[in-house]
Write a protein that binds this ligand. Structure first.
Ligand SMILES: [Zn+2]
Length: 299
């Protein structure tokens, strides 16, 4: 029997670690608020502390980490991170955690980890080729090919958020440009579109809640965002030929009805049987995927 593995999730708000069993099941989980404002050393100390607590019950192999930011696939350090983790750009995550834990540490981006987790024990179980879109405050994505995350040249493959999107031309993307998919199909995008339509600024979650409660303008904003997302994902199916497309993240539930309809309508002939599915692991996806990364055979 394969021994349990430790997976770590470093996010801008919370940091978690879990002991994950051989079938991808979470056996034990720890979580703290990320000390983001105290800088990268404090964040690494917090992550190492959580992982060290669980290592006694794990096998002797590597520890896996999923983190916010773009990860250099060669070194496991952070190539680029947003202000959600100040100073995180350049942080030598793999090296620093290996020094603290006395183990090999493997690091990937958190959305990539979530995709690995879903393919191991969630909605993409037993599928070797998957496209995942993560709709939260922003819009991230990941590509799994032959059971492994496609890193790309700079660890940033799968970022679906910067495709051009109809109806987003007045909305600013997280990257600073206008007209991108993330600018409309994300929590930030819902808030911005609702503010333009009503003059009222509320959070993306509040827009989704208002839509569910019958606010007609909110419903139109949510449906528009979902439709644009679904159509974009349908186009990507022809590019990537996945076995399934998964939608994860806090805004997934609100966007999925409209996204599913647009996806079905836009899916090119020949890919009509590729399903669009809600992700299944929720907040555990990153720690489970990080654990999966730790188990991968290196060639
Ligand atoms: Zn963009």
């Amino acid at each position: 029997m394969t021994a349990a593995v430790v997976g770590v999730d470093i996010g801008g708000t919370k940091t978690a670690a879990a002991l994950v069993g051989p079938g991808g099941e979470v056996l034990e989980r720890r979580e703290v608020s990320t000390p983001a404002r105290s800088g990268p050393k404090a964040v690494l100390d917090a992550a190492a502390g959580l992982a060290a607590d669980l290592l006694g019950a794990a096998g002797a192999g590597p520890v896996g980490v999923g983190t916010a930011g773009t990860v250099d696939p060669a070194t496991g350090s952070i190539r680029y991170a947003t202000d959600s983790l100040p100073g995180w750009t350049g942080a030598p995550v793999a090296e620093a955690l290996a020094a603290r834990l006395g183990r090999e540490v493997r690091v990937i981006n958190d959305v990539n980890a979530a995709a690995l987790g879903e393919c191991w024990a969630g909605a993409g179980r037993n599928r070797a080729h998957v496209l995942l879109a993560a709709v939260g405050t922003g819009l991230g994505g990941a590509i799994v090919r032959n059971g492994r995350v496609e890193a790309g040249a700079r660890g940033a493959a799968g970022e679906v958020g910067h495709l051009p999107a109809p109806g987003a031309d007045r909305l600013r993307c997280g990257c600073g440009r206008y007209g991108h998919l993330e600018a409309i199909a994300s929590g930030t995008g819902l808030a911005a579109a609702y503010a333009i339509a009503t003059g009222t600024r509320v959070t993306g979650r509040a827009v989704a809640d208002r839509a569910a409660a019958g606010d007609e303008v909110a419903r139109q904003v949510v449906d528009r965002a979902g439709s644009v997302l679904g159509a974009a994902l349908a186009g990507l199916v022809a590019l990537l030929d996945p076995a399934a497309v998964l939608v994860a993240g806090g805004a997934a539930g609100a966007l999925l009805p409209a996204a599913s309809a647009a996806y079905a309508a836009e899916l090119p002939a020949g890919w009509a049987d590729v399903p669009l599915l809600p992700a299944a692991l929720g907040a555990d996806a990153v720690v489970v995927g990080a654990a999966r990364l730790a188990l991968e055979q290196t060639e």
